[in-house]
Write a protein that binds this ligand. Sequence first.
Ligand code: SF4
Length: 434
Amino acid sequence: MSSKRVTCSGCALLCDDIIVKSDGLYIDEVLGACLKGKERFDQVTAKNRIINPQIKKNGELEKVPFNEALNEAVNIIKNSSRPLLYGFSTVSCEAQLKGIELAKVINGFIDSNSVICQGRVLNKSKETGITLTTITEIINKADLLILWGANAAESIPRLLNKALFSRGKFRMTGREIKTLIVIDPVKTASFGVMGVRDIALQIETGKDIDLIRVLKEECCKADSIQDNGVAGIDKDDLKRLLLHLTGAENGVIFIGQGLLRPQTREDVIKELLELVQLINVKQQKGRISVLMLGGHYNMAGFDHVALSTFGKNHSLQFSNNCLIETSETIVSKIEKEDFDCSIIVGTDPVSHFPSILSKKLMKQPLILIDNKQSATSYVADVIFPSAITGIECGGLAYRIDHVPIELKKIINPPTNVDNDEKILNKIINALRGV
Ligand code: SF4
């Protein structure tokens, strides 16, 4: 039995300080991971683990040899003229690259979960600019942390341990000089870590843009805040918020799902990024940065892979094996039913999408590559089991702050279970008749 220091792929924080005790065949003990991380390691032997290829026969999923599943998948794809590929935020960058290659070979449309999450911030940043930061910089230098629509305590469990409760390399002090501000309509678990100097701002639902606009106005013209405050936040709290935003040496705004909900107007993101730029222009001694809280461990990876290969971070449409212009996204494609089969990789859109979209997705043949059962696996026509990246296979992933991290293999996957990249490659080769 030996101990190794490994990286956890339970979420996009990719904590690299996890100790795993293993004999090379099984994982005996995991030390240092949060519950979510522990669950990731437990997935190896979980009851809902998929370890056999399956195809649907007479309405029921049946275990079949890999080649039978491969033939079925190839038949579905060959009979399709508008295939859709989706997911790819819980697989390695190598698998993401293979997914894009498959989309190109079959003239498909490919999108990742990022398009309805942090990709929306990146898109808006093309108009406004963006000031990013890294986890290391936050640990070492941050004196102001703002969770905006972000329940970090539950979605990225160790983020606050590292960012808020740590002592920075360049500071004699730690938590005592760090101010936490939480802006959220819901009193989430993240409100529970607040100290006496911190500020809890329970904003009215859907009023984030009103708050941002007042802050922008106040940055330009002092005393523009009305006596009754804005968006359910009183005038004194607004002034304290502004004081921290304009006075922090190293402030960071964590943009969470609350600001990235599909129904949220794009203006919110745009105006928030504009506010940050405005403060940074006026700031004399410090700056405010943003960090996007995407949950899936390699959501940022797809943006990098797609951008570096095709100059576009999501929504790639291929025709005649070339990238063509499109304004469609995965949501609009499904809404319009502009697809005739789907290849889903490492995600569960049937649960995550609104039911109106899920129902449309389920109308067409669905091929799934994943390692755990989900609502999507129950309706799939073909299932390929995959190895768990970061445990049973290695690969590159981009952390929440867009820093690339190499994930290592710890143990072998179950017999005959390939990694996502290999499965996608086998589909490509079978389509090419190789
Ligand atoms: S915070 Fe995320 S990466 Fe870190 S141990 Fe927990 S699940 Fe794993």
